[in-house]
Design a binder for this molecule. Structure first.
Ligand code: NAI
Ligand code: MG
Length: 364
């Protein structure tokens, strides 16, 4: 059987810097664990614009559709700020998400003990936190029609439409239940069924899908209460399922419970391909960080943990993902810190490559 395939798109700014560390980790899994990937690399964002005049070439898009998983660094930067909207670096990423139809966005919020002091919440409220937000990514109010700014009488009206079909709700719900089955079998669905019809339908469909997963304990919560509960007692949750708009806000909120942007991975999954694996794009939550790009200061952990998610969700290598996450946890427990993680007195920050090397050393 051929090796699973991985397309690496480092992108712009710190993207290539953090991806260089991930490549070493991928190499380690090949050398030491016999887990070999067919890795190809291509351009996205400003890097693609510089060469092709577009932020994602058609050939790259075609390659992304064929591989088992795409791993992306980050796109964007001040150099491209004045470009026309249609060729901005971010459009490259949007095209990938749209054409791969990545409807299920997984955003973990996990608190590493060594970093619990970084949270804006009290240490005992976040220590040990490990939750996963599943956000619907391709529909809802960001895409619904009608939309626009229209003349109405003697003033203008701005309109967006929250629109969900049953099948759109069902497919993301299934992906959340599947995830819950791999975790602690607890799922909380959040909408506002009290004031929105789309929320009523959401609740109905999720309740129906739940019948196929009798082992999963399902609860429903209005999203505003969910926001309160997330900052009051986040450990009550395991998997949270929600729509595009609420998920945008709730996942950013949950992320900050656990500290630095340099730590946060994500996965965006679509429908299963012929080989049973879902279409998949893994990327850190952070952007290209132009303020620190080229200085060797970037924290590679978000991108490394994104690869751990790929191991788990695309390649069924949960034990290897655990191994990689444990190495990250141990390095942090040893007090190794990139500049974004400085808080304690008297700690000298390590560089991007030193952090990568420390994680590799722990893996050994
Ligand atoms: P950003 O995430 O790039 O940076 C925000 C702050 O966090 C900066 O101070 C940065 O130095 C710091 N930071 C981010 N990642 C870090 C890491 N791994 N290690 C250490 N520090 C880190 O967001 P910003 O500044 O709003 O956007 C910069 C560019 O990135 C823009 O062009 C934006 O459009 C783009 N962007 C791209 C995203 C993507 O590719 N998915 C997501 C967000 C922004
Ligand atoms: Mg957001």
């Amino acid at each position: 059987m051929s090796n699973p395939s991985l397309l690496i798109l480092p992108g712009d700014g710190i993207g290539p810097e953090v991806m260089a560390e991930v490549r070493k980790i991928i190499g380690w899994f090949g050398d030491k664990r016999g887990l070999n990937f067919d890795v190809s690399e291509d351009l996205v964002g400003g890097a693609a614009y510089d060469v092709h005049g577009v932020p994602l070439a058609d050939e790259t898009m075609a390659k992304a559709q064929e591989v088992d998983a795409v791993l992306l660094g980050a796109v964007g930067g001040p150099k491209y700020d004045d470009l026309d909207f249609s060729v901005k670096p971010e459009r490259g990423l949007l095209r990938l998400r749209k054409e791969m139809d990545l409807f299920s966005n997984l955003r973990p919020a996990q608190c590493f003990d060594a970093l619990a002091d970084f949270s804006s919440l009290k240490k005992d409220i976040v220590a040990g936190l490990d939750i996963m937000i599943v956000r619907e990514l391709t529909s809802g109010v960001y895409f619904g029609e009608p939309r626009g700014i229209f003349e109405e009488g003697n003033e203008r009206v701005g309109i967006n439409t929250q629109r969900y079909t049953e099948s759109e709700i069902e497919r993301v719900a299934r992906s959340a239940f599947e995830l819950a089955m791999r975790r602690s079998k607890k799922l909380c669905s959040m909408e506002k069924a009290n004031v929105m019809e789309s929320g009523i339908l959401w609740r109905e469909v999720v309740t129906r899908v739940a019948k196929d997963y009798p082992e999963v304990e399902l609860s429903h919560m209005y999203a505003d209460n969910g926001a309160m509960q997330l900052v009051r007692a986040p450990k009550q949750f395991d998997v949270i399922l929600t729509d595009n708009l609420f998920g945008d806000i709730l996942s950013d909120c949950a992320a900050m419970l656990t500290g630095s942007l340099g730590m946060l991975p994500s996965a965006s999954l679509g429908a299963p391909m012929a080989n049973g694996r879902p279409k998949a794009l893994y990327e850190p939550v952070h952007g290209s960080a132009p303020d620190i790009a080229g200085q060797g200061k970037a924290n590679p952990i978000a991108c490394i943990l994104s690869f751990a998610m790929a191991l788990r969700y695309s390649f069924d290598q949960g034990a290897e993902a655990d191994r990689l996450e444990a190495a990250v946890e141990q390095v942090l427990a040893d007090g190794v810190r990139t500049a974004d993680l400085l808080g304690e007195e008297g700690v000298t920050p390590v560089s991007t490559t030193e952090m990568g090397a420390a994680i590799l050393a722990k893996l050994d």
